[in-house]
Design a binder for this molecule. Structure first.
Ligand SMILES: Cc1ncc(COP(=O)(O)O)c(C=O)c1O
Length: 365
């Protein structure tokens, strides 16, 4: 008999909810993976059985994101945070500058690392406005001879998201898409490099996805450590050393699930609906809930808000926890409330939370 498993309303910002169907499949396959008599974790990363898993994950991602042929898909380690240094190490050539668009703490971290390797400057920043918005495209100031322009497509902490990406022409555009990759269709061909930690929309932590244009890859600096060169990983199909095999298996399964849901358009439509439930509760509250992000910069993945006073906010967070909503506290650096509605967070969880918001307001007005 199948036990009824109790699943939390998981609004964690990352690691975050995984699809129940994927967890169940992984559980089923754990002891004897497809007749091998071993779990995926016990397979050699050089075995045929693992090779199928690895290549399937890559081709699933290619298909879902319509990644053009002239791009490589890499599975790296070190999180998105290691990309903050690998990017300038590989692509900030002597005598050139890198332009960073500052939209939150993760852009700040990426920018800070760059100074260790060369010259970087800020192409725009919304810091003065407490990162409530994304700069207008015509406000970006970068130069045609820059090494690259770097953006953070979704700001996990502040709850803002780019609605439209800049056309940087011949200047390579690089994006940290850690918290909104696979949430909506993107035109990969606009970017020279996209990177994302897997632990929000793609799978468990431990895998970092990099999508990189081949001609850009060829321009990389060569005098850097082997493991930190993108070319090392591209030449070896991300099997230069032992990859995080279980994480890649899970990622492949999450992508299978995404395909079965109807692909990226279907996912985007559902994400719009989920976020709307919560934004509507904010907008119809007459100032009881105060959204952090400007309306035109609102994230569909991380919804950030405050209550009109601190005591009430504390009570709200405590009650949310008691009612089984997990991960509703804002990031420790800014406080407030944050609800992360990544792909695997069910519509019903968002509905339950939005109803909770309305009820709490009625009872505590
Ligand atoms: C937008 C963004 N970039 C980078 C990171 C850092 O990722 P990692 O912990 O994989 O290094 C995070 C983590 O939450 C993030 O949200």
């Amino acid at each position: 008999m199948k036990l009824q498993t109790k699943r939390a309303y998981n609004f964690n910002a990352g690691p975050s909810a995984l699809p129940i169907a994927v967890l169940e499949k992984a559980q089923q396959e754990l002891i004897d993976f497809r007749g091998t008599g071993m779990s995926v974790m016990e397979l050699s990363h050089r075995s045929k059985a693992y090779e199928v898993v690895h290549n399937q994950a890559i081709s699933n991602l290619r298909e879902l994101l319509s990644i053009p042929e002239n791009y490589e898909v890499l599975f790296l380690q070190g999180g998105a945070s290691l990309q903050f240094s690998m990017i300038p190490m590989n692509f900030l050539q002597p005598g050139k500058q890198a332009a960073y668009v500052m939209t939150g703490s993760w852009s700040e971290k990426a920018f800070k690392e760059t100074a260790l390797f060369g010259e970087a400057y800020q192409a725009a920043s919304t810091k003065e406005d407490k990162y409530r918005s994304i700069p207008k495209l015509d406000e970006l100031q970068y130069k045609q001879d820059d090494a690259y322009v770097h953006i953070t497509s979704n700001n996990t902490i502040y709850g803002t998201e780019w609605k439209e990406y800049p056309n940087t022409g011949d200047v390579p555009l690089i994006a940290d898409m850690s918290s909104d990759i696979l949430s909506r269709p993107i035109d990969v061909s606009k970017f020279a490099l996209i990177y994302a930690g897997a632990q929000k929309n793609l799978g468990p932590s431990g895998v970092t996805v990099v999508i990189i244009r081949k001609d850009f890859l060829e321009q990389a600096n060569s005098n850097i450590p082997t493991m930190l060169k993108y070319s090392t990983h591209s030449k070896n199909n991300s099997l230069y050393n032992t990859p995080p095999t279980f994480g890649i298996y899970m990622l492949g399964e999450v992508l299978n699930w995404a395909r079965e849901l109807g692909g990226i358009e279907a996912i985007a439509e559902l994400n719009e609906k989920k976020a709307k439930l919560i934004y509507d509760a904010i907008d119809s509250s007459e100032g009881y809930y105060i959204g952090h992000a400007e309306k035109d910069s609102r994230s569909l993945m991380n919804i950030t808000f405050n209550l009109k006073d601190e005591e009430l906010e504390k009570k709200f967070l405590e009650q949310a926890k008691q009612e089984g909503f997990v991960g509703v506290n804002g990031h420790r650096s800014i406080g407030g409330c944050r609800v992360s509605t990544y792909n695997a967070v069910p519509y019903e969880a968002c509905q339950a939370f939005s109803q909770f918001m309305v009820k709490f307001q009625k009872e505590n007005n």
